[in-house]
Design a binder for this molecule. Structure first.
Ligand code: ADP
Length: 476
């Protein structure tokens, strides 16, 4: 059984939960110790105790630890990528790519540790100098979802440690393995006891214990809107910093003048790769009249050729849905879309394969209207819907008419429309002739409206959340 990590000590608990492969439910990856409220509070106490010393370490120390983690993850990317695909279900090449990205994130923040800067200004009072410096926030609680089991933990853990914070990390129940790999790499890299703590368990117990503990100074969360609200309430109650990422209902606008092949590639990749289980997935395909029928035909043809199956099989392009609960949710939304008048144009059926997994054929629902449930709620599966629009203006209005605003894409060969869309789309990330999913690690990530709350994640913008600003005045 894999233990928790509390105050630098690996700790097995009485209860453990098996980590099951969604491509093959007879494959148990490992059993992971479960924390309760006590263990969670011990981890928070350890992080609070370790903060004073860690926050004053030389940036070189933090750089070296993060670099070692980056190197270890990169050198083991095939093995870790396979573990990732086994526990989450994305295909092996995606698992390895995500692992590589996690290594790059650690490497990026290793460098950032050496670049923490401040400002010096003359005061408005003669002779007085003003320094503006950045300091770590304290104990950071990290709560992550299952869909990017190594990249999301990496892009929260690496900046937290880089800027001198200590961490209590709780990954999603379905993907304990990748966080364990990071914890092990951090231990080997020499992270001091208590600086990084890992606890497993249900959100309602372990996550909630983090929310309830006043010694947690900041929480960074990625997950559902409902849980995000709970996190926010707890952060207001305890007057602490928060950073929330809560999903999307991302539009991909396809205009008459789009290159059809590019548009279809963007739609297929954005909607169905990683089994559509990305918060940046294209779920609303908003297509103008003149290209609509050709676009739908070409998508269906492409979808018919997609290979759905075991994530580790070399020909597989689309892996399984993460578990039975998610599969039921996907099927329920497909059913609702059908009942509300959508036309099930492709997919929608569960596939039986050689192994017992949760295989859903990528699903395209056409003839939908903007207010149908399928266009309002996040499905989080390989399901996309098509909305017909009269022209660019209507497509833009429909794309913006949503409470979410994470990522938005447009396929067009017109500079005029591309530029207008970049300025007027109400999303945090805009993609022109690219899938809505798939972002760089060195630039900000985050959305508008109900997708995100707080400052941006990733790249040099991460400093906003993981530090606080101090202004010092010195008289001569
Ligand atoms: P998803 O639909 O992606 O599973 P959730 O919001 O349920 O989204 O889960 C995201 C993360 O939030 C997971 O790590 C989960 O365990 C955690 N979580 C769920 N409920 C709570 C809660 N009440 N308090 C804190 N964390 C929670």
């Amino acid at each position: 059984m894999k233990p928790l990590l509390i105050n630098g000590i690996w700790k097995e608990t009485a209860s453990g939960i098996p980590n099951i492969n969604p491509s093959d439910t007879t494959d148990t990856i490992d059993v992971y110790s479960q924390a309760g409220v006590n263990e969670t509070n011990q981890a928070i106490l350890a992080a609070a105790t370790a903060f004073s010393e860690w926050s004053h370490t030389s940036p070189q120390v933090r750089h070296d630890i993060l670099s070692r983690v980056a190197r270890e993850i990169f050198s083991r990317k095939e093995e870790i990528g396979e573990l990732l695909s086994r526990e989450e279900g994305k295909i092996l090449s995606e698992g390895i790519a995500e692992t590589t990205r996690a290594a790059q994130i650690f490497s990026f923040f290793a460098g950032e540790a050496l670049r923490i800067s401040g400002e010096k200004l003359a005061s408005i009072r003669p002779g007085v100098e003003v320094d503006i410096t950045r300091e770590p926030v304290g104990v950071v609680g990290i709560i992550t979802p299952w869909n990017f089991p190594i990249a999301i933990p990496a892009w929260k853990i690496a900046p937290a440690l880089c800027y001198g914070n200590t961490v209590v990390m709780k990954p999603a129940e379905l993907v304990p393995g990748c966080s364990w790999v990071i914890a092990e790499a951090l231990q080997r890299a020499g992270v001091p006891a208590g600086v990084f703590n890992l606890v497993y368990g249900p959100g309602s117990i372990v996550g909630q214990a983090m929310l309830d503990n006043p010694s947690v100074d900041a929480i960074t969360f990625t997950g559902s809107q409902a849980t995000g609200k709970r996190v926010a309430e707890s952060c207001v109650k305890h007057m602490r910093k928060m950073q929330l990422e809560m999903g999307g209902k991302n539009p991909l606008v396809v205009l008459d003048d789009a290159d059809l092949d590019v548009a279809v590639d963007c739609a297929i990749n954005g909607a169905f790769y990683s089994t559509g289980q990305r918060c940046t997935a294209s779920s609303r395909l908003i297509v103008t009249e003149g290209i609509h029928d050709r676009f739908v035909e070409a998508c269906v043809e492409h979808m018919n050729g997609l290979n759905v199956g075991h994530a580790l099989h070399k020909d597989t392009q689309i892996g399984p849905v993460v578990d039975e609960v998610q599969l039921d949710q996907d099927m329920r939304y497909i059913d609702i879309a059908h009942k509300e008048g959508g036309n099930l144009r492709s997919g929608g059926d569960v596939i039986s394969a050689a192994t017992s997994g949760f295989f859903l054929r990528p699903t395209l629902i056409t003839d939908t209207t903007p207010m149908m449930t399928i266009n309002r709620e996040e499905v989080f599966g390989p399901v996309a819907s098509v909305i017909r629009a009269r022209n660019y203006e209507e497509a833009l209005d429909v794309s913006n008419d949503h409470e979410f605003g994470l990522s938005a894409g447009i396929c067009t060969q017109s500079l005029k429309y591309a530029s207008h869309f970049k300025r007027n789309s109400q999303a945090g990330m805009i993609m022109v002739n690219l899938p809505t999913a798939g972002v760089d690690y060195h630039v900000p990530f985050g959305g508008t409206k109900k997708s995100s709350y707080g400052s941006r994640e990733q790249g040099s913008y991460a400093i906003e959340f993981f530090t606080q600003v101090k202004t010092s005045y010195t008289a001569p």
